[in-house]
Design a binder for this molecule. Structure first.
Ligand code: AMP
Ligand code: MG
Length: 423
């Protein structure tokens, strides 16, 4: 018996397989092959939502443009703030509106009625909220306890002229649309849309609308992939179902690679007799790795076909989602030029008993919940079979169990990755 077969036997007992790559090593190997796509387009601000900014956007103005009031109230000179235990009476000499400044100047014991957003009048530097004054005719009385500069928004305090308002690589969210608008910017440069082609492999797969013969199932992976790709705002090219035939798959590889920056397939990547994906990847391109120490998703072929990156995901529907979120999504985001692409992880107590053997990193499906005491906890979402999409549908997070860890007892702390943080 060779050393290899000894190792293989050991893997049955403890889930350890010396030929597999850890999730961390796989991430590094993927990162090493990634080049951000070249090419950008200039679009109107609204059309830039969810896309990636390719150049720093500088502020050409101060935001806010002028020092203004943060409250409805009275603009006063700070030298008129009364000392402890006393009050001061000030004369109201006019009104400053947002967009309609007061053009005079306040002298000692004078103040100006002011609205939120109105320019701070000359001579004043402090705003007293209207709820904090006693008002009679054209005078107000204020007490102690105010500080110089309170309720005043300084010109440029949000952004100063020449500062980077939004850096290149930022995924544009509603906040950035507003920021561009506040700078008067009408168009921005964004990365061209990434093109991703995908197909399912499997003789047993039928598309919706077709009748199922004995042993056949509907292809669900192309639907989850459609959804996950749509949320990344890439151009996705659905190439349908490809039968488990070497020639057909080989042709589909070439076709898919000629049309896209990234090719994704599902199924046929394991060691069954109808699993051709890895072999054909080796023939038509190159295989970087194909086995990972994770569960679900042990078989995952990564490599290149011509100029396209290739991800051969497993066939099991949950494994497709896990491997997409953990490996494909960060890669696509990096290709779009985005920084900070890893989903957020944090630790919470687990309410369920989770069975696990050391040797593989596991991505179980969990439900994060806010307890009555204000702390978060997580429980698992029922049966965890890698074909059971319902466990994904009822989950709102992954529970991530590290390679070396064994089973988890209720009350133990585990890492979670909320789904909302994934896109
Ligand atoms: P495979 O890796 O091709 O052996 O597939 C593993 C399991 O996933 C098998 O039970 C397949 O029937 C199932 N499967 C493969 N592709 C799909 C798909 N596109 N939709 C639903 N189930 C699939
Ligand atoms: Mg198959």
């Amino acid at each position: 018996m060779s050393n290899d077969s000894i190792h293989t036997q050991a893997s049955c007992a403890d889930d350890f397989d010396p030929d597999t790559l850890s999730a961390e090593d796989a991430e590094h190997r993927i990162d090493a092959l990634i080049r951000p796509v070249s090419g950008c387009e200039k679009v109107a601000v609204r059309s830039a939502l969810n896309r990636t900014l390719t150049e720093d956007v500088y502020s050409t103005v101060n935001v806010p443009a002028h020092t203004n009031s943060a409250m409805d109230g009275y603009a006063i000179r700070s030298s008129d703030i009364p000392a402890d235990d006393s009050t001061t009476t000030l004369t109201v000499i006019g009104t400053a509106w947002a967009g309609r400044p007061f053009h005079g100047s306040a002298q000692g014991n004078q103040c100006i009625r002011i609205m939120t957003g109105a320019k701070i009048p000359e001579g004043t530097d402090t705003v007293i909220m209207q709820e904090q004054v006693e008002c009679t005719d054209n005078t107000i009385r204020i007490g102690p306890g105010h500080t110089q500069g309170q309720n005043v928004r300084r010109a440029g305090e949000d952004l100063g002229i020449g500062e980077v308002a939004v850096p290149a690589g930022k995924k544009i969210s509603p906040a950035e649309l507003g920021l561009f608008a506040s700078l008067g910017i009408a168009e921005v440069k964004i990365a061209r849309r990434l093109r991703v082609s995908f197909f399912s492999t499997g003789d047993e797969l039928r598309s919706i609308g077709e009748t199922l013969a004995e042993g056949e199932i509907y292809d669900s992976n192309r639907y989850t992939l459609h959804g996950m790709l749509a949320r990344l705002h890439v151009e996705s090219l659905d190439m349908g179902v490809i039968a488990d035939k070497r020639d057909t798959i080989s042709e589909a590889f070439q076709n898919a690679a000629s049309m896209a920056d990234v090719v994704i397939t599902t199924g046929g990547v394991s060691v069954g007799e109808a699993d051709f994906v890895r072999e054909i990847l080796a023939e038509t391109g190159s295989v970087d790795f194909w086995k990972l120490a994770i569960k679900p998703g042990r078989p995952l072929a990564f490599g290149t076909v011509n100029d396209a990156l290739f991800f051969g995901l497993p066939g099991n529907p949950v494994a497709v989602m896990v491997t997409f979120y953990e490996f494909v999504q960060p890669a696509l985001r990096r290709m779009m030029g985005q920084g900070d692409v890893r989903p957020a992880r944090f630790k919470v107590p687990c309410r369920s008993r989770l069975r696990k053997r050391p040797g593989r990193m596991e991505f179980q499906r969990g439900h994060l919940k806010l307890e009555d005491d204000g702390n978060l906890s997580v429980s698992r979402t029922g049966a965890q079979g890698s074909g059971m999409l319902s466990s994904m549908s009822t989950a709102n997070c992954f529970i991530i169990l590290p390679t070396a860890s064994g089973s988890v007892e209720p009350g133990d702390t585990v890492y979670v990755e909320p789904f909302e943080g994934l896109v």
